[in-house]
Design a protein around this ligand. Sequence first.
Ligand code: HEC
Length: 138
Amino acid sequence: MIRRITVLFVSCITFASYFLLCCNNKPEQKIIRKPIDYIRPIPGVNDSIPTELAEKGKVLIAYSDCYTCHKINERSVGPAFNDIAKRYPVKKVYIEMLAQKVIMGGSRSWGYPVMTPHPKLSLEEAKIMVSYILSLKK
Ligand code: HEC
């Protein structure tokens, strides 16, 4: 009789711990890539952008397809221009890098959505556009 109770007891414990273990295993987390909702500004001293250049960039952007995915103040498909301005210091290297990115397209700096490439833009035009975006820095 005692043996039977022991066996029963042991099986209960086994069952209970098995159950506990199973329940503690969190369901596999799905990897969801959503746009990031924080901005980590890159530190740096800002150079000045000539107003004329910024104005020219504004016009070039208006004539291109940028506004289908970007808005000035809020995130759309792509990040808000204001947020891009917040993130990067006005420096030749960043303007160059961002201009290349506009031409090449790409993703991952701001999350999952992809920016289409703009191969028809010259590096010069892309740089002027980026200068306008960075001129939105407050
Ligand atoms: C198809 C939608 C789309 C179009 C059109 C588009 N963009 Fe983008 N753009 C994005 C997305 C999405 C990102 C974020 C990419 C990432 O996460 O790396 C982005 C990011 C950027 C960035 C920041 C890149 C970085 O690495 O931080 C700049 C600057 C930019 N776009 C400028 C432009 C300009 C200028 C144009 C017009 C010539 C343009 N975009 C057109 C979707 C678009």
